[in-house]
Design a protein around this ligand. Structure first.
Ligand SMILES: [Zn+2]
Length: 501
């Protein structure tokens, strides 16, 4: 199915008041500059190609925020395979022969290995969902969580420290319980499919760092929703949801400077000519003052990706070194234009707004279901109020349930934004063929299934399928047909006034 323009105003989201303002320049170079670009470079892990690795236990401590993170954070898909050869006539870097950008690119058949990866991935996803329910439900209903709270109380003394200590103990225990599944999913399986370059040491080190970050964040912030639950048992979910907005903004601000560098080395781009091309493209897109970083992802994965991250002073475009190695310049610039589309179209702010609505809905469900469960099973649970810190696994279990329910909406909105960013990239670069080739590359490198089934699409896809994206590249070029007067084969050329006109 080809997702063309207006047809993708999908499922239920029409009701949301904040549809992206579309930028539909007739001509390249006429892209409206972002109204607030100088102020707030927006963007946050808007991965173009692959999918971000799961933040692991980090999200577990974010309680309310976990709803949106769980819903939006796709499972463990990771990367890759050696790619197929460059297309004939593919432009290399600067100076190579010009590619016919209107030539369609067929969607490649997925390899047998990619299909196996896809099917086993769906099963693993389902197992992972069940596992979370089992672990959180088990800890809550066995009374273990209540015992853990009693231990924390004895050690800590006051309420604030009890809350923090409980969270640290809880995260430590869950880390150990989850370790086998996480190890299989993040390490064994990735190597089995030849998608990973990671050493065991790096994998484990990253897992421990994630745990450490989760403990620090959990210690520092979990008391907030619990204090609200205690003070305002009826409306805590509303206040927590509202507070999640500044929290999300702050997370985005510090993520690229405090968190990301804990896992990978970031540096300036090595290829300065390429960097200049990217910055020139950014300028044409109306983004000023952005920085481009290269991240050494090849130590972890063979997958390819790029993203926009940070807000205000920390905004930046980040390219995985694997992407630079595997795409040629026109393909890479298309990917960059897609990322810039997220900036210019204000996707991050919109996502935060949607995220807070989803968090509100999720927390509302947690409140209603939680109180019912507590009323019925207080004996078993070992606590009689949601504001008891021992309720953490119960709350997380309910967040898991509500994010499963809400994820189709969140994912549909994400796919919509991704589609709009693809459109933006095509309008900015007019390199349809190169764009399609970048997706062909992605399919090969990341073992993607170009035509996944409905289940995958509804519950797991943050992006339109690779097949849909290639189809769109092949079909979306109004500048080549609809408006003959506006056709410019060389998009770099300034628009000439019509002779005699
Ligand atoms: Zn994107």
């Amino acid at each position: 199915m080809t997702d063309l323009a207006g047809t993708i105003h999908f499922r239920g989201l029409v009701a949301f008041p904040f549809r992206p303002a579309r930028v539909h320049p007739e001509l390249r170079g006429t892209i409206r500059p972002p109204r607030r670009s100088a102020r707030a470079g927006r963007g946050w892990a808007w991965e173009t190609l692959g999918r971000p690795e799961r933040a692991g236990s980090l999200k577990a401590c974010l309680l309310g925020l976990a709803a949106v993170l769980l819903a939006a954070g796709p499972a463990s898909a990771q990367p890759t395979l050696p790619s197929d050869p460059r297309s004939p006539g593919g432009a290399g870097s600067v100076g190579s022969p010009v590619r016919n950008e209107l030539r369609p690119v067929p969607v490649p058949e997925p390899s047998e290995k990619a299909l196996r990866y896809y099917h086993s991935g769906n099963w693993l996803w389902a197992v992972g969902q069940g596992w979370v329910l089992l672990v959180t439900g088990g800890l809550a209903f066995s009374g273990l969580s209540a015992r853990l709270r009693t231990i924390a109380q004895r050690l800590a003394g006051n309420w604030f420290l009890t809350t923090g200590l409980y969270v640290i103990l809880y995260l430590g225990i869950v880390f150990v319980i989850n370790l086998p599944l996480a190890f299989y999913r993040g390490f064994v399986r990735q190597h089995a499919y030849d998608l990973s370059n990671q050493t065991l040491g790096k994998w484990f080190g990253d897992a421990v760092i994630s745990l450490g970050v989760a403990m620090v964040v959990g210690f520092a912030f979990t008391w907030v929703p619990y204090l609200l639950m205690a003070r305002s048992p009826r409306s805590w979910w509303l206040y927590t949801g509202i507070l999640s907005i500044p929290f999300l903004f702050a997370s985005m601000l510090v993520m690229p400077i405090w968190i990301d560098p804990l896992f990978n080395r970031f540096g300036p781009m090595k290829d300065q000519a390429l960097e200049r091309s990217i910055l020139a493209l950014a300028e044409r897109a109306g983004i000023t003052g952005s920085r481009v970083f290269e991240v050494e992802k090849s130590v972890d994965t063979k997958a390819i990706n790029a993203y926009v991250t940070g807000v205000l002073g920390t905004k930046r475009i980040v390219l995985w070194d694997t992407l630079i190695a595997k795409l040629d310049e026109p393909e890479l610039l298309f990917v960059m234009a897609h990322e810039m589309g997220h900036y210019v179209l204000g996707h991050v702010v919109r996502s935060i707004l949607l995220g807070s609505i989803v968090i509100l809905a999720g927390l509302f469900l947690v409140d209603r279901l939680g109180r019912r469960l507590i009323a019925r099973f207080a004996q078993r649970l070992g606590f009689d109020r949601l504001s008891d810190i021992a309720s953490v696994p119960l709350v997380l279990m309910l967040i898991q349930v509500s994010s499963l329910v809400l994820s189709p909406v969140v994912l549909a909105y994400s796919r919509y934004q991704e589609h709009e960013a693809d459109r933006f990239a095509l309008e900015l670069t007019r390199t349809n063929h190169s764009g399609a080739l970048s997706f062909v590359r992605m399919q090969a490198e990341n073992l993607s299934n170009p035509r996944p089934g409905w289940f995958y699409k509804v519950f797991r896809s943050t992006h339109p399928s690779v097949g849909e994206r290639i189809d769109f590249c092949n079909s979306y070029h109004p500048w080549a047909s609809d408006q003959p007067a506006a056709v410019r084969q060389d998009p770099e050329a300034p628009l000439e006034p019509k002779p005699g006109g």
